[in-house]
Design a protein around this ligand. Structure first.
Ligand code: KMH
Ligand code: ZN
Length: 277
């Protein structure tokens, strides 16, 4: 049954530089302000990458803990830390992200070419990450960059059991150079392949760059949820750079209302995703 729309904001990412994208939130203050404003507009989840004092991507555990605490103090958002980090982050640091005790963490279901780089996700690493999430009650968002990664997810769940909370939620990250295209056809194929996953599995989708709009509209039309933000989208329209994450969240909220699937509150999102309140 289609419910309201879960809106996740992914405000920063690990790839863009502050010099190239001045509106990118890179300090804790900028991140918290962004989170508060996006929550007020209708976001329920924040997918978090953090930066160091030089605005470089980092998985520093102290900073991650401070970030989780600050977001919890200032917002009611579900805090989802990236376990993907940057392509250069070692596996041990990616696993240690869970020590910051977020509500959720991303869990990418396979290796994918990532532009000129490789986003490495070995099977043993995925199993280790997933097991630690089960042990610590951290709810995964399974990140799917290509269709075959859904088959890996099916294998993971059948061999290693359901995630903490028992609900399966996947996020299709589309249009990465090296992954699946950000097209309506590809999203419909992903949507159909979900029938092999546990009943009630939900999905969100995000399209990188120019695929942002077709992916967003197709996701809404096929019962999916939305992830938006400057991790994925730097141009609001052709020749028009994004001014802020709030601009992207506001557009997603508008589309959700047009689809008669109003944004879920963080509380409603917790119920959907099986996250304790
Ligand atoms: N930055 C990418 C290499 C995630 O957050 O889990 C990985 C990524 C996925 O963004
Ligand atoms: Zn990410």
């Amino acid at each position: 049954m289609t419910t309201g729309t879960l809106i996740t904001v992914a405000p920063t990412g690990a790839e863009s530089t502050k010099a190239d994208v001045p509106a990118l939130p890179v300090t804790l203050d900028e991140l918290v302000l962004t989170a508060k404003e996006c929550e007020a507009l209708g976001a329920a989840v924040i997918h978090v990458h953090i930066r160091d004092d030089e605005a470089r991507p980092t998985l520093d555990l102290g900073r991650l803990r401070e970030t989780v605490a600050a977001l919890r103090t200032s917002t009611g958002l579900i805090v989802q830390l990236s376990s993907g980090g940057a392509v250069t982050d070692p596996e041990a640091n990616r696993l240690a992200v869970l020590d910051a005790a977020p509500d959720m963490a991303s869990c990418t279901m396979g290796t994918v070419n990532f532009g000129d780089d490789v986003f490495l996700n070995r099977w043993e690493f995925i199993v280790d990450l997933h097991t630690r999430m089960q042990e610590r009650n951290v709810v995964p968002e399974y990140e799917i960059f290509d269709l075959g990664q859904l088959t890996s997810l099916q294998r993971l769940l059948s061999k290693h059991g359901l995630p903490a909370g028992g609900h399966v939620h996947v996020d299709f990250v589309m249009g990465v150079p090296g992954g699946m295209p950000g097209t309506a056809e590809a999203l419909v194929a992903c949507r159909q392949a979900l029938r092999d996953l546990p009943e009630g599995t939900t999905f969100s989708a995000t399209g990188i760059g120019r695929s942002t709009l077709p992916v967003m509209l197709t996701s809404l039309a096929t019962g999916g949820h939305l992830r938006v933000g400057m991790e994925d989208t730097l141009n609001y329209a052709k020749g028009r750079p994004v001014e802020s994450n709030m601009q992207l969240v506001a557009r997603a909220v508008g589309f959700a209302h047009l689809a008669e699937r109003a944004p879920l509150s963080p509380q409603e999102a917790r119920e959907l995703l099986g996250i304790p309140t």
